[in-house]
Ligand binder design. Structure first.
Ligand code: HEC
Length: 95
């Protein structure tokens, strides 16, 4: 494998697996997931959106796992890996 290709390979590995990266990378991955999947209901910066989703800043892993895994009140269940949930929690905790 050329040097360039191996660099690209390891970069994509770190991006795809937040647990392998440092805490700030996990937070960035969590922010991306949040903006893709959650912002429509829980609003900019997770501060809540009137009539949609509440302020979820600082939610702990158990709350996020429960809401995502089973759905919660009007929230549909979302399928995510443990790494993705950990990244979301790191992001919400940083707000
Ligand atoms: C279709 C709208 C919608 C989407 C998309 C959505 N939620 Fe929710 N969520 C809700 C509603 C409605 C509730 C229940 C009422 C409330 O607490 O806001 C809820 C509740 C929660 C709770 C529990 C809050 C508490 O009261 O303890 C957490 C944590 C949460 N959501 C996280 C997320 C995360 C993380 C995502 C993205 C993966 C997400 N939600 C995507 C609508 C949504």
């Amino acid at each position: 494998m050329s040097l360039l290709r191996s660099c690209l390979f390891f970069t994509s590995l770190v991006v795809a697996h937040p647990a392998l990266a440092g805490a700030s990378d996990a937070r960035d991955a969590g922010r991306e997931l949040y903006e893709d999947l959650c912002i429509s209901c829980h609003g900019e910066g997770a501060r809540g959106e009137p009539g949609a989703g509440s302020d979820i800043r600082g939610s702990i892993a158990r709350q996020v796992t429960m809401a995502i895994g089973g759905g919660y009140e009007d929230m549909p269940a979302v399928e995510l890996t443990d790494d993705e949930i950990a990244a979301l929690v790191a992001y919400l905790d940083s707000l």
